[in-house]
Design a protein around this ligand. Structure first.
Ligand SMILES: *Cc1c(COP(=O)(O)O)cnc(C)c1O
Length: 376
């Protein structure tokens, strides 16, 4: 059996090496390292893939979120509602901009921000909602946009984990995650579903004026060379990373299908198990692209299972072990433990199994058998 890895970037690279290498070589031959034609081409390619008017490439997914919020002109003291169960980058940029993060509980089934919790958290100071499409599964954007419209709030989608996923609406239409809110961010960190070979990120929006504002912000607040109209940042996707992404983007749907295929095999093996709640896979809508494949272990021995898997050579991880509302940097006297029953439960129950585009049946069978063996 091939060695099992949490993420297998080498096997993925080996299959597309000639294309990627040629794409990188072009940058080396032309020395257009910054803002080269590859960056512009990637922007166009991704706009077309997503069906969004504007893609603004930047240096990483954390910058993308921060720049999205700067572009909207949010002011210190504005309240921004986001999920308690996510990677810290989401809340970090809210705090960095001196906005007030308002963490709320999530849903037990899809692990995304709870619609009821959003409604309860809205105050006259609320200015924005930041749903995170966690683990690759689209949040309920229809309900979130409805709340936002009723209360005149901005929606910033953190799409770092779900590029390529679809959001479906009750009228039957589908749109790509990251193209529904007022503005969205994504990350091209190597292990993300569309990963480059270093750091990278992008901002998406359908709003022409906001896109113009953001293009200036990523470039030191310049709209005319050496005229600085607003305080900006320096955040660029370099041409070599854009070259990698241009080579990989045509494979994104195939990669998503490979992840879904592995997830389907995992979930079939765990179906009906008394101690395991496996993610469901919707066959028709592609609303989950499995950035992570995350189980809930409901017999109270998640940590025992983790040790068992590690002992048997199976990498696994806890995403995320501590709710954000309990993190030292984000403590707030307004938070009460009883407001976060689901996050407090999830941090004790979740475990993520190896998930990437190169898992084979032998590996999946070994992993699922080893998980089940633990409960015998
Ligand atoms: C990875 C990630 C980010 C940050 O992306 P970087 O490119 O690492 O800065 C932000 N939000 C979520 C949910 C992520 O998973």
């Amino acid at each position: 059996m091939r060695k099992i890895q949490m993420v297998d970037l080498k096997s993925q690279y080996d299959k597309i090496a000639a294309t990627v290498n040629a794409s990188i070589q072009e940058v080396l031959d032309t020395t257009t390292y910054i803002n080269g034609p590859q960056v512009h081409a990637f922007q166009k390619n991704l706009e077309e893939y997503l069906g969004v008017k504007h893609v603004i490439p930047c240096a990483n997914g954390t910058d993308a979120l921060q720049i999205a919020m700067m572009g909207l002109g949010l002011k210190p003291g504005d309240e921004v509602i986001t999920a308690d169960f996510t990677f810290a980058a989401t809340v970090e940029v809210i705090a960095l901009l001196q906005l007030t993060p308002v963490l709320v509980d999530v849903d037990l089934v899809n692990m995304n921000i709870s619609i009821e919790a959003i409604k309860k958290a809205i105050t006259p100071k609320t200015k924005a909602i930041v749903p995170v499409h966690l683990f690759g599964r689209a949040a309920n954007m229809e309900a979130i946009m409805q709340i936002a419209n009723e209360h005149n709030l901005y929606v910033i989608e953190d799409n770092a984990q779900a590029i390529g996923a679809n959001c479906k609406f009750s009228d039957g239409t589908k749109k790509k995650a990251g193209t529904i809110g007022h503005v969205s961010s994504t990350s091209f960190f190597p292990s993300k579903n569309l990963g480059c070979y270093g750091d990278g990120g992008a901002i998406f929006t359908n709003d022409d004026e906001l896109a113009h504002t953001i293009r200036g912000i990523v470039n030191h607040g310049m709209y005319v060379r050496y005229h600085h109209d607003v305080v900006g940042v320096n955040s660029r996707l370099d041409s070599i990373q854009a070259a990698v992404l241009n080579a990989k983007l045509p494979f994104l749907d195939q990669y998503g299908a490979a992840r879904q295929d592995a997830a389907r095999k995992y979930s079939a093996a765990f179906e009906g198990h008394p101690n395991i709640v496996a993610p469901t896979i919707c066959d028709i809508c592609d609303c989950h692209v499995f950035h992570q494949y995350t189980l809930r272990i409901i017999n109270g021995d998640r940590d025992g299972l983790m040790q068992h898997l590690l002992d048997k050579g199976i990498p696994c991880a806890i995403y995320y072990p501590i709710p954000l509302h309990s993190q030292k940097a984000y403590l707030d006297p307004r938070y009460k433990e009883e407001d976060f029953p689901i996050t407090n439960q999830l941090v004790k129950e979740v475990i993520s199994l190896p998930m990437h585009t190169e898992l084979d049946d032998e590996q999946i069978a070994y992993i699922t058998n080893t998980v089940k063996e633990f409960f015998k």
